[in-house]
Design a protein around this ligand. Sequence first.
Ligand code: HEC
Length: 109
Amino acid sequence: MPNNIQKTLITLTSIIGFAALTSSAQAAGGDAEAGKTKFKSTCVTCHGSNAEGNVGPKLAGQPEAEIIRKLTEFRAGKQRGPMTFMMAPMAQGLTEEEVKNVAAYVSSL
Ligand code: HEC
C-alpha cells in the first residue's frame, strides 16, 4: 500500500475513533436537572417524591447504569417483576434521552 494512503487511513481511523469516544461519553451522562423535572411530573406518585419507594421500588441511589438497564427492559416489553404491567407503559412513554436523564437524577439522590 502506498504510504500516503496508509497515512490517510490512519487519520480517518483516529477521527472515527475520537467521534465514537465523544458520543459514548455523552451517552453515559444524562441531564439530571431535566430528569428531575420529568421525575417530579411523572414518577413520584408511585416511587415517592425522593424516589424512596412507594407502590414502586426505591430508586434513590441505584447506579445510573442499573436504572437505564431496567428501564430499557421495561421499554422492550420484558416482564421484570409481578407489577411490570404498571411500569411498562411508564417506561414506554419515555424517550431514550429521558431514560438517561431520570437515571442521572435518581442515582444522584
Ligand atoms: C403507576 C405507578 C408507577 C409509575 C407512575 C412509575 N412507576 Fe416505575 N415502577 C412501578 C412498579 C409497580 C414497579 C415494579 C415493576 C415490576 O414489578 O416489574 C416499578 C419499577 C421501576 C423500576 C425498576 C426498579 C427496580 O429496582 O427493579 C424503575 C427503574 C422505575 N420503575 C422507574 C420509573 C420512572 C423513571 C418513572 C417515571 C417516568 C416511573 N417508574 C413511574 C410503578 C410505577
